[in-house]
Design a protein around this ligand. Structure first.
Ligand SMILES: C[S@@+](CC[C@H](N)C(=O)[O-])C[C@H]1O[C@@H](n2cnc3c(N)ncnc32)[C@H](O)[C@@H]1O
Length: 590
């Protein structure tokens, strides 16, 4: 616990504004009460335990709100600023009204933002710099949503999208193909800065951040064909991407079900955004390699001819669910491809064997064809049981001197060229020496830890997926890494008392970890894990995140409560044409 006994008014204001930030994004009555109690108690004692209070707020928020909600709320912090600044002004538009606006930038999620006076109008599928005539589709007290009717003045940042499936009613995977890549990077940088600027101010006032903390964005060397994994869906409701501007109603739902099915009830493609039950047939996805497109087309044709059914999301009947194609480049720089059919259990299981043999003959780069059976009613493509239809159950990617083997249900970074850069940055940030013990949390198949193992004394990796931990052990073996150990544990539930975890800290001859890498999913770090880190007190923490909102929340706890200095934040673009963002934050113990 840190006491700011000489707390100045400005510091007080800064910390209060941080508390208000949490409050404004959460509105949880419990949090209010909790906060009041803590502030009252602190003031009564004459000390201002603001850091502690902030941690309490954030953990309380965490407990009482699900992570996704928190992420969305705080990622829309810009929007909440907008909302508060507009709270008193009159709404200047009506639903259905046409107005002309200039697009000023992009908000988290990818919509364009424009203003009428100080009132905000969000316009999806627009380009910063464009002047557009829009029709208002939804009105809120502080902002409205609208859609483009006509481009009145073109933007210098507009480029021709390469993909025929791109557009307001297209596949929904890419959002920015019509914006130059340089502008995409600039906009993502701005969004990251907006996420971080409040934190930088708060940290600067307590000497927890250095100047120039946010570094320039690093762009992806490939902006097309960069993905090594695509997941397609089999469905029985075809999405026809007709331009809905010409429809009477403003909403996509205006197309009748018959029109969407289009007389053909078997489709393989991608789900258009906002339509979990429809599938847009895809001819070519420019984000994946051309060989993966050929394989997808082959499967599309053959499965349509087969006497089988696609899974129906309403009745939960039907056999074929997903086609997942993954690619890798092995140590000889040869491509290795994995084809994974996700299906329901059932009679039709044998149907895929002949198709698998045909595929393997047609595409010699295919090293693995597997079938994953699932009973899940959601969209999860993870199997409960797996059978090998051809070859083996894994493929291998070579990077940074390591061969990394992974199976169908393991996470592996999806932009491999940029991943090399990401890991190099992590290596530089970790700045390991032969005495250091590294803890790689959320390690997946062990990629980061194994790439850094030769720099340090020992590596421990932890992940919740059993298959991933098995692969991490195999990867240590095939790369002859002797100083790494991988442990299966749930980092949201495990406690420091778990015997496996205990071994981390009480091993003869090996010190407890003093450098920690965390690379969590979008929800960020659980409060339990933050407690762990508090107890462990590593000298350095490298936090890799795909969600700046939860990263900012966690960094606040680590810096203000546990006294880490935020040394740098490095944004790196892993996903061109999409709104996704990745940042590496480096923390040093003060
Ligand atoms: C973004 S990936 C990072 C993987 C790895 N660091 C890499 O670069 O390939 C997140 C990983 O967190 C793991 N994970 C998710 N929730 C977890 C939890 N509660 N406990 C432990 N691991 C978890 C996933 O299995 C996944 O491997």
């Amino acid at each position: 616990m840190i006491a700011f006994s000489n707390c100045t008014t400005s510091r007080l204001t800064t910390h209060l504004s941080s508390a208000v930030f949490f409050l404004s994004t959460q509105n949880t009555r419990y949090v209010c009460k909790h906060m009041e109690k803590n502030i009252d108690a602190a003031i009564r004692k004459g000390n201002f335990f603001w850091g502690r209070s902030i941690l309490l707020f954030s953990t309380t928020v965490d407990r009482f709100n699900n992570n996704a909600k928190l992420a969305t709320c705080s990622s829309l912090s810009k929007e909440s600023n907008i909302q508060s600044s507009n709270a008193t002004q009159k709404v200047p538009v009506k639903r259905g009204e046409e107005v002309t606006v200039k697009i000023q930038g992009l908000v988290t999620g990818g919509d364009g933002i424009s203003r009428i006076g100080r009132y905000v109008v969000m316009v999806p599928h627009s380009v910063p710099g464009q002047v557009v005539k829009v029709v208002i589709t939804r009105v809120r007290s502080s902002y409205a949503n609208a859609k483009v009717v006509q481009v009145v003045e073109e933007s210098p940042y507009k480029v021709e999208p390469v993909c025929k499936h791109f557009g307001p009613f297209g596949c929904g995977g890419c959002k920015f193909q019509h914006i130059s890549y340089d502008k995409q990077l600039e906009e993502k940088y701005e969004q990251i800065l907006r996420h971080y600027e409040g934190l930088f101010t708060r940290l600067a006032s307590s000497s927890c951040a250095e100047k120039q903390t946010l570094k320039p964005m690093i762009g992806s060397p490939l902006i097309y064909g960069y993905r090594n994994k695509m997941e397609f869906t089999f469905g029985n409701r075809r999405w026809i991407p007709i331009d809905l501007h010409q429809q009477d109603s403003a909403e996509n739902e205006s197309i009748s079900n018959d029109q969407q099915v289009g007389g053909d009830d078997f489709v393989l493609g991608l789900k258009p955004s906002g339509h979990f039950d429809k599938v847009l047939p895809i001819e070519y996805c420019h984000l994946q390699e051309s060989i993966a497109n050929e394989i997808m087309n082959f499967v599309q044709k053959r499965t349509a001819e087969m006497q089988t059914s696609a899974y129906d999301v309403y009745s939960h009947q039907g056999f074929l669910r997903n086609l997942v194609i993954r690619t890798a480049n092995n140590i000889r720089n040869e491509m290795e491809v994995m084809v994974n059919f996700v299906t329901s259990f059932g009679e039709d299981s044998k149907l895929l064997q002949p198709l698998a043999l045909e595929l393997a003959k047609e595409f010699p780069c295919i090293k693995s064809i597997v079938q994953n059976f699932t009973t899940s009613k959601g969209g999860a493509s993870r199997g409960e049981e797996e059978q090998i239809l051809f070859g083996c159950n894994y493929i291998q990617h070579y990077m940074l001197g390591r061969t990394l083997r992974f199976t169908a249900n393991c996470f592996f970074q999806t932009n491999p060229l940029q991943t090399e850069k990401l890991y190099q940055l992590v290596r530089e940030a970790a700045n390991l020496n032969r005495k250091d013990v590294l803890l790689d949390l959320f390690c997946g198949i062990g990629s980061i830890g194994l790439c850094l193992a030769s720099d340090c004394k020992y590596v421990y990796g932890i992940d919740v997926v059993e298959e991933a931990i098995q692969m991490a052990k195999v990867n240590a073996e095939i790369n002859q890494v002797k100083n790494a150990e991988f442990i299966l544990a749930n980092l949201e539930k495990s406690s420091l008392q778990d015997p496996e975890i205990q071994r981390l800290f009480h091993r003869n001859g090996i010190l407890p970890p003093n450098v920690v890498i965390v690379d969590p999913p979008r929800g960020g770090l659980h409060s339990r894990l933050i407690k762990w880190l508090r107890w462990l007190k590593p000298n350095r923490i490298i936090y890799v995140s795909c969600n700046p909102a939860t990263q900012v929340r966690d960094l606040e706890s680590l810096c203000l409560v546990q006294r880490y200095r935020l040394v740098s934040v490095q944004p790196i673009d892993m996903f061109p044409h999409t709104p996704h963002m990745e940042c590496i934050a480096v923390l040093e113990r003060m």
